[in-house]
Write a protein that binds this ligand. Structure first.
Ligand SMILES: N[C@@H](CCC(=O)N[C@@H](CS)C(=O)NCC(=O)O)C(=O)O
Length: 214
């Protein structure tokens, strides 16, 4: 399968990590922010990354791509089947993609991505988002984090992948989580980042960001 996008995007990372955890081989090609040409345009009608191509099938949106991958490769199970656990997993994915990412993109774009792309940045907007929004998000996660260190069903699921993805971007350019105020969240994120699927994705995206900065 071909995934179009740029590795540091939390939505692209979500798909790449999900594929890695499933053992699905993925070829990464550029897409988005003016890159990817017609191939990407066909796969992503509104030029959002990630997009997927599998033979003659194309689809965009990380959740749609994950649904496709999961249906073709149900094992290992990463989206619980039991009703409440499944609903909670989808809640965490939605929480990550919308609520966390709304703040995360202000912080990451204005401190990292915008600079790498040579676009105008507003560091004060990043500072405001970090100060005004991140404590509530971390407080919420600290309050719901089970002793097991996994968000749902006391095992690794899509919920952990999805919530970790925007937080990883935030932690690339914010030390807030290291304050000691949210120990369960920090321990959980450290464990998630240490998984081979995440470690490999992060190593490659850091190389890509390094190259863009050079
Ligand atoms: N709901 C989409 C969101 C994708 C998205 O917003 N991606 C951003 C990068 S993080 C993007 O492509 N931005 C470029 C643009 O909006 O033109 C998903 O889950 O894939």
């Amino acid at each position: 399968m071909i995934v179009y996008g740029a590795r540091p995007s939390p939505f692209v990372r979500k798909v790449l990590v999900f594929a890695a955890e499933k053992g699905i081989a993925v070829e990464m090609r550029p897409g988005g922010f003016g890159r990817g040409g017609e191939e990407f345009a066909r796969a992503s009608p509104f030029a959002k990354m990630p997009a997927l191509q599998d033979g003659d099938f194309t689809i965009s949106d990380s959740s749609a791509i994950i649904t496709y991958m999961d249906t073709l490769h149900p094992e290992p199970n990463l989206i619980p089947l039991e009703a409440r656990a499944r609903a909670r997993t989808i809640w965490y994915e939605e929480f990550a993609d919308t609520i966390v990412q709304a703040t995360g993109q202000k912080i990451f774009f204005n401190r990292v991505a915008g600079k790498l792309m040579g676009l105008p940045c507003d560091p004060a907007a990043a500072d405001r988002a970090e100060a005004e929004k991140m404590p509530d998000l971390y407080d919420y996660l600290e309050s719901v984090m089970p002793q097991s260190g996994y968000l749902v069903e006391d095992r690794f699921t899509l919920a952990d992948i999805a919530v970790a993805c925007p937080l990883i971007n935030i932690c690339y350019c914010s030390d807030g989580l290291k304050s000691g105020r949210w120990p369960r969240v920090l321990a959980w994120l450290d464990a998630v980042r240490a998984r081979p699927s995440f470690a490999e994705a992060m190593e490659k995206e850091q190389r890509a960001m390094g190259k863009a900065a050079a």
